[in-house]
Design a protein around this ligand. Structure first.
Ligand code: BG6
Length: 470
C-alpha cells in the first residue's frame, strides 16, 4: 500500500540496541559465575571463543556512558543464569545479582530503559549434564531462577523477555555451537525440549504478572516471512509449511497456548510428538504475553520439495540460511535481493511484511528485539570505522518500520543487533554488528578500546530526531 503521508514514530518509541550476556560480557569464570553450555561447547578453532568477548563485564560503566551518548532510550541485554545460580539450581551467587543490579541502576541513572532477556542460549552446564531441557526438572529450575530475578530486580525492570529464539534452539541447535561429543540432539529430543521450554515460559510469564504487576513480559522469536518461488500452488503450500513450522507454530504456542495443527501432524507423522503431562497445556495457555519480541534478519524463498534428498542444499545452514527438508520445503535463491558477506539475505520490505503478519495473527504490540548486519568492519589509523553498509541496512529497515506503523501495526521499539561489537554465535569476532567498535582481533585481545563507528553518529541523529531520517 502506498501512502501520501507516513505516520511519525510515537513520541515514546523505544530506540535501542541489543546484546546478550555470553556474547558481550567475557569474565566467563569471574565472581562466582558457573559454567554454561556455551563455556563447555566445541567452538571452531578458527574463531574467537567467549571467555573475554568484549569485556563488557568489566567495562559496563564506560559502555553505558557511550550508550547514553548514542542516545539509546532502551538497552536490551540478557542475564547469565550461571552468574545468578552457578549450577542452575541451589546456591544463589550474590555477586551476580549485585552485578546486574548495578548495571540496571547505571542504565536508569542515564534514563535508559532496561529490557532484560532471562535466557539467551547459555543454559547452566550442570543442568545440561542432567539432560538439559529434555529433563522436566529444568522447568522448575528456570522458574526458580526467574523468581530470584523478579524478586530482586522486579521493581527496576518493566520489560522482560523470556527465552531468546527458542525456534533457533530447536531448529538450528548447531548455530549455537557443538556439544563436546560432536552430536546434536535428535529431533524427538528437540521437540521434547521445546515442550518443556514452553511450559517453563508459560509459568514464568504468569509468575512475572503476579510478582511484578507493573511489568510486561513476552517471548523473543526469530521471525521471518517465506516467499513462494513461483505462482505454482505447490510452492505456496511449501512456503506455508516452512513459515508455519519455523515461525507460527512457536508463536501460536507462546501466545495462544495451542499446538498448531500442522506442526502436530508433522510431528505425528515422524513420531516426534513430545510427551505432554496433565496440566502442561493449561500452564502454557495461562502464560499470556503482553507483547511479542521478534528478531528479524532476513527472509527465505521456498519451492515445493517432492521428497528428493537433493532438496537439502549442499551447504552449511544456520539460523538464517535455510537448508531444506525433503517433502516439506526446498530453499531457492531470490533474484530480487542481495546478501550480506555471510550469505544472509537482505530484505527490509520483508520486515514490514513480517510485522504485518505477526500483528494480524496475534494483535499484540511488537518489539523488534534484533535486526542488523554482520560485517568485517575495518578500523582505520585515524580511529574511524566507515560502516556505510550498516547505515544503509538499518536505514532501510527503519523506513519499513515506519511503513508498518503507517499500516497500523503497533511497534513500540527497535533494538538493532548490536549496541557494541560482540562475538557472533558461530562466526567469531570479526563478524561485527555493533555501533561501537571494540579493538580486538579473533585471538589477539589488543587493547579492547571502544571506537565510535560512522553508524554510531548516524544512529545518534536518528534517535535525536525520533526517526526523521528521510
Ligand atoms: C540471533 C541471535 O539469531 O542472531 C544472536 O539471537 C546472534 O545471539 C544474532 O548473535 C546474529 O547472529 P550471528 O550468528 O551472526 O552471531
Amino acid at each position: 500500500m502506498l501512502y501520501n503521508k507516513l505516520k511519525p514514530f510515537p513520541d515514546d518509541f523505544l530506540w535501542g540496541a541489543s546484546t546478550s550476556a555470553y556474547q558481550v560480557e567475557g569474565a566467563w569464570n569471574t565472581d562466582g559465575k558457573g559454567l554454561s553450555v556455551i563455556d563447555m561447547m566445541n567452538h571452531s578453532t578458527e574463531s574467537a571463543d567467549f571467555t573475554v568477548a568484549s569485556d563488557h563485564y568489566h567495562q559496563f560503566k564506560d559502555d553505558i556512558r557511550l550508550f547514553h551518548e548514542l542516545g539509546l532510550k532502551t538497552y536490551r541485554f540478557s542475564i547469565a543464569w550461571t552468574r545468578i545460580i552457578p549450577n542452575g539450581t541451589g546456591e544463589i551467587n550474590e555477586q551476580g545479582l549485585q552485578y546486574y543490579e548495578e548495571l540496571i541502576d547505571e542504565l536508569h541513572r542515564y534514563g535508559i530503559e532496561p529490557i532484560v532477556t532471562l535466557y539467551h542460549f547459555d543454559l547452566p552446564y550442570t543442568l545440561q549434564e542432567n539432560g538439559g531441557w529434555e529433563n522436566r526438572d529444568t522447568i522448575a529450575a528456570f522458574v526458580n531462577y526467574s523468581r530470584v530475578l523478579f524478586s530482586r530486580l522486579g521493581k527496576k525492570v518493566t520489560y522482560w523477555l523470556t527465552i531468546n529464539e527458542q525456534n533457533t534452539l530447536i531448529l538450528h541447535p548447531g548455530a549455537v555451537g557443538m556439544p563436546k561429543n560432536g552430536e546434536l540432539p535428535s529431533k524427538k529430543s528437540l521437540y521434547q525440549q521445546n515442550h518443556h521450554m514452553l511450559v517453563a515460559q508459560g509459568e514464568v510469564m504468569a509468575l512475572c504478572h503476579s510478582m511484578c504487576p507493573q511489568a510486561k513480559i513476552g517471548p523473543a522469536l526469530n521471525m521471518t516471512s517465506m516467499y513462494q518461488a513461483t505462482s505454482k500452488p505447490e510452492d505456496a503450500i511449501a512456503a506455508h509449511n516452512w513459515e508455519t513450522l519455523r515461525g507460527w507454530s512457536f508463536l501460536d504456542l507462546a501466545t495462544r497456548g495451542e499446538y498448531n495443527y500442522l506442526l502436530w501432524r508433522y510431528l505425528e507423522e515422524r513420531g516426534w510428538q513430545p510427551k505432554i503431562e496433565q496440566g502442561d497445556l493449561k500452564i502454557i495457555k495461562e502464560g499470556n504475553p503482553d507483547f511479542i519480541a521478534i528478531n528479524y534478519y532476513s527472509t527465505a524463498t521456498i519451492s515445493e520439495s517432492t521428497g528428493e534428498k537433493s532438496d537439502v542444499m549442499p551447504r552449511a545452514g544456520d539460523q538464517q540460511i535455510m537448508l531444506g527438508e525433503p517433502g516439506v520445503y526446498r530453499p531457492e535463491e531470490n533474484p530480487f535481493l542481495d546478501k550480506t558477506k555471510y550469505g544472509w539475505i537482505i530484505d527490509p520490505v520483508g520486515l514490514r511484511l513480517t510485522l504485518r503478519k505477526v500483528y494480524e495473527r496475534y494483535s499484540l504490540p511488537i518489539l523488534i528485539s534484533e535486526n542488523g548486519i554482520g560485517a568485517p568492519d575495518q578500523l582505520n589509523d585515524d580511529l574511524t570505522v566507515h560502516d556505510t553498509y550498516r547505515i544503509n541496512f538499518i536505514k532501510a529497515h527503519i523506513e519499513q518500520i515506519q511503513q508498518a506503523l503507517t499500516d497500523g501495526v503497533e511497534v513500540f521499539g527497535y533494538c538493532p543487533w548490536a549496541a557494541i561489537d560482540v562475538v557472533s554465535t558461530h562466526q567469531g569476532y570479526n563478524k561485527r554488528y555493533g555501533f561501537i567498535y571494540v579493538n580486538r582481533g579473533e585471538f589477539d585481545l589488543m587493547d579492547l578500546k571502544r571506537v565510535k563507528k560512522d553508524s554510531f553518529f548516524w544512529y545518534q541523529k536518528v534517535i535525536e530526531s525520533n526517526g526523521a531520517i528521510g
